[in-house]
Design a protein around this ligand. Structure first.
Ligand code: PEP
Ligand code: MN
Length: 438
């Protein structure tokens, strides 16, 4: 029988190795008595939007940091992240002609899967950095020691982040509708092109008209959902709550499972199968049809639309070979899923000097290919999943803002994967819209 702790009997990977288990028990006990961060009602509403996305009626914009850091829980950083998500939503909604649903990798994206348990620098090996929920990134023994008290801090900062978003999105949206906020040079960089300014002008005109005719029509744009990788199962278990005889994870609206923890018999799949939240599954080039069908049968035995989102992250080359067979197999089995494309994680590479980066043109190429492949197969691309920030970082190479390899050291702040900056995020959005309108 499923219970919030039944995962503990299964093989579990990617967990923190705490030295103080007694403190871990105390902390999770305390977490389980604190208020939930989101409501079951909101979670159900997101699930119905995800079902609509599969039918092409709405579009999902999922985005945020690879890993949120505790330090970034400050008004300026949250404000900029919310701004870029809202600005992209306005463009997508105008260009696609359908509502856009925002899901931030925010308010809880604090735990990371790592390929190696340890990190070695100059012959010294320490536990890997696993995200601020678990330990600290500084390379010394004390910082890298997993600390259970960080779970309480993560919960509190997630709650403060969410509170900021809920309190400010109305005003931020109104501010975004001011004409001076629609200059292509500001939004996309000094080398913005005429077609980009034209698209922005047309969108502004449309929103100005809507605002005059019916300001309430813009209200849904302030609705904001959150997601994070449901990786740290003690934390997820502690934030599980029962309402009307059903269990929800109320730390986030949309938990997802990564490939590293998605084996059919894993503790992660066991935990996720029992909660009512919509579940997202990352799907990389190693995912076989059999593997996918097996986890879908476990997570969604009744084939409920909106229950499962598949986030494909194949890489700009492999997508052509790897995505079509999966789409076709699920079409054949009439399996209800919502497809979205993560064009970031299959396109990560190291520069010659060992810096993790991604090329803007490969990211846009994978997203555009995903759109075309779904279209050709009579399927629907229901959304996009991005690692982005509103800050002027230099982590991904390319775009009209022309970030070169040499620029990476200038403003590289991510502790894990490289993110699109504001200019690159908006340029990607406009390039995508241009393709969908061809
Ligand atoms: C991520 O989304 O940050 C991540 C680790 O992705 P994936 O599991 O797809 O590699
Ligand atoms: Mn990442």
């Amino acid at each position: 029988m499923w219970t919030p702790d039944s995962w503990q009997k299964c093989p579990v990977e990617q967990q923190a190795d705490y030295s103080d288990n007694h403190r871990l028990q105390q902390v999770t006990h305390e977490l389980s008595s604190l208020p939930p961060l989101v409501s079951a009602h909101e979670v159900d509403r997101l699930q119905s939007y995800i079902a609509q996305a599969a039918r092409g009626e709405v579009f999902l914009l999922q985005g945020g940091d690879c890993a949120e850091s505790f330090e970034d829980c400050n008004p300026a950083t949250i404000h900029r992240k919310l701004n870029v998500m809202l600005q992209m939503s306005l463009m997508l909604m105008y260009g696609l002609g359908k509502p856009v649903i925002r899901v931030g990798r925010m308010a809880g994206q604090y735990a990371k899967p790592r390929s190696a348990h340890t990190e070695t620098v100059d012959g010294v090996s320490l536990p890997a950095y696993r995200g601020d929920l678990i330990n600290q990134s500084d390379f010394n023994q004390q910082s890298r020691q997993p600390d259970p008290d960080r779970l309480l801090k993560g919960y509190s900062l997630a709650s403060l982040t969410l509170n900021y978003i809920r309190a400010h999105s109305d005003q931020q949206l109104s501010d975004l509708l001011l004409p001076e906020r629609w200059s292509a040079n500001e939004l996309l960089g000094a080398t913005a092109q005429t077609w980009q300014q034209k698209m922005l002008d047309e969108a502004l005109q449309a929103y100005t008209l809507i605002e005059r005719l019916s300001p309430q029509a813009l209200f849904p744009l302030t609705e904001f959902f959150t997601c994070h990788e449901a990786l740290h199962l003690h934390y997820e278990q502690a934030l599980s709550r029962q309402t009307n005889n059903q269990w929800y994870n109320l730390s986030t609206h949309l938990p997802w499972v990564g490939m590293r923890t998605a084996k059919p018999d894993s503790g992660h799949i066991e935990y996720l199968k029992g909660i009512e939240n919509p579940i997202a599954i990352k799907v990389g080039p190693r995912m076989s049809v059999e593997w996918l069908l097996q986890i879908l049968a476990t997570i969604n035995p009744n084939n409920i639309p909106g229950r499962v989102t598949l986030i494909t992250r194949m890489g700009h080359r492999q997508i052509h070979q790897k995505l079509p067979p999966l789409i076709e197999a699920l079409q054949h089995h009439q399996t209800a899923v919502t497809w979205i494309c993560d064009p970031m994680h299959g396109n990560t590479e190291l520069t010659r000097s060992g810096v993790k980066t991604r090329f803007f043109h490969k990211i846009t190429e994978e997203l555009q290919s995903a759109f075309k492949i779904h279209q050709q197969l009579g399927s629907t691309l229901g959304g996009v999943h991005l690692e982005l920030t509103g800050d002027a970082v230099t982590e991904c190479i390319g775009g009209t803002c022309a970030i070169a390899e040499n620029d990476l050291s200038r403003a590289y702040h991510s502790l894990v994967d490289p993110r699109l900056n504001l200019h690159q995020s908006l340029e990607l959005t406009l390039d995508f819209l241009k393709l969908t309108q061809e």
